[in-house]
Design a binder for this molecule. Sequence first.
Ligand SMILES: *Cc1c(COP(=O)(O)O)cnc(C)c1O
Length: 421
Amino acid sequence: MTVTSPPATGILAARAASLDAADPLAPLRSRYLLPEDCVYLDGNSLGALPAAVPAALQDVVQRQWGTDLIRSWNTNDWWQAPLRVGDALGRLIGAAPGRTVAGDSTSVQLHNALTAAARLRPDRRLLVTDPAHFPTDLYAADSVARLHGLEVRLVPARALPAFLDEHGERVAVCSYGPVDYRTGELHDMAGLTQAVQAVGALALWDLCHAAGALPVALDDLGVDLAVGCGYKYLSGGPGAPAFLYVAERHQSSYDPALTGWNGHARPFDMRGSYTPADGMGRARIGTPAVLSLLTLEAALTAFDGVDMHAVRTKNQSLTGFFIDCVDALLDEREFECVTPRDPERRGAQVALRHDDAHSLIEALAERGVIGDMRAPNLLRFGFNSLYVSHRDALTAVRTLRDVVAQGAHRRERMRHTAAAT
Ligand SMILES: *Cc1c(COP(=O)(O)O)cnc(C)c1O
């Protein structure tokens, strides 16, 4: 069955072509290895493979590990990799050198950051976080609260200032993300950080959906603590090391839950008692995952010379154009855009609500358009400015329209129902 194109498609195609032609970041797509016929809108979950990675990883494995063997801790500087890669990440999140460490997972770093925050504010009993936060962030908050005798309060970001007005002096730490991982809503990181600190509490930000997508200014905003992952917009690969930022003023009292010999002031003395290293070195834990760290390091070179403000301008354009395509080509009674239409109030993703989200995403993937879904009914599309084009955005919406017109998602759903019974 063929689906006729309404004239709107031609107008949108012309607009996509002119937006892409004027896009200063368009050449960056060659820094990634993407299949020809794939529209990849899931880089907010697993970033695409940077072209620099395969050769770098091969060198790490064959030469550094295979030939140089254990000497590589010195000759290839494996030992400093957590802090060196941390500094490379720091450049993308507004952190001066010596304030960011790379390693472990976001979940692990959250436990450490929350514990450190609780210990920095021992007289305050409230740990405040977002009820819409990513599950790991909520689980870590709950566990750290139980370990340290805190009470968790779930307060939506927009209600936080009023909550702080009333209970501020009892709050130890506020743990939030700048971008809602489901709806893509962007919170006012500067304003909230200020409100949190005005009452003497600590601001902990989870940058998983911000690092590599937005110009983050941790030092300038005076953020206390931050964490984030390396495998979403940063494209460090599946399970890439996460990162932790500690403001310089807190480093000498940074006291995390998980300590290890790599964070010791004199690790090779093999002492039986723990003396933390000076500075960010104390945020190291155990032996780092060198293969993953050096993969992430190579991946980050895709951002060399890239202005994060240009990245932001482009993803606002991509998401705006995508929403325009949705408005023009999809039935608004079927698809509800849950992402704010104001470009200043959304991150680099768009979410659409539809009852058949699951089968629609599968039908799209069969046609080379990769997004993802979040239960129960959100289709989620991420826009990495370094490798997604306006044409990709239009292709995705046209394909979605075709899938609906052909009823392909209903057949998909029936197949699943049949398979399940
Ligand atoms: C993706 C994401 C995580 C993932 O944590 P992992 O430990 O890497 O699995 C945590 N928090 C937020 C806000 C995320 O978006």
